[in-house]
Write a protein that binds this ligand. Sequence first.
Ligand code: NI
Length: 169
Amino acid sequence: MTILDIVTYPDKSLAQPSEKITDIDETLKTLIEDMADTMFEAPGAGLAAVQVGVSKQLIVINTTEEGQENSYMALINPEIVEADGEFISEDEGCLSVPEFRATVKRFNRVKVTALDVDGNPMELNEEGFPAVVLQHEIDHLKGVLFINRISALKREMYKRKVKKWMKGR
Ligand code: NI
């Protein structure tokens, strides 16, 4: 089991779009397993590769049911191909944005296409919270954090808080 370091805001790499994956090799499979371990350990609902310093279009989603053994899904080159409705995501958070939560307006339903760990095309249709997790993680691959989707006033409050922490270090 390998727990990777999580990159946190304001690291500039989090604002960069990730590259499409062309080779699904052993290195990538190891990365997927390490990302899953890191997500379970945190714990988090999902994790994008850019959050562990790898700028590739890869996300893992926590599919663990309460009281069950840990399980996850890996999506390579995921893309939202359909989205509708509105979902108010309350208390949304991110492992890369510590000590902050906010309400974010999301789509209620999304259809996502991706490749699985074996390179086979897959399609997901999700609604509500699982749809929010997919939107949040796919945003990471575009260099977008949830704090980019809240009011400028709230974002400035958080930025000031982070600046204070950094001075205190
Ligand atoms: Ni996040």
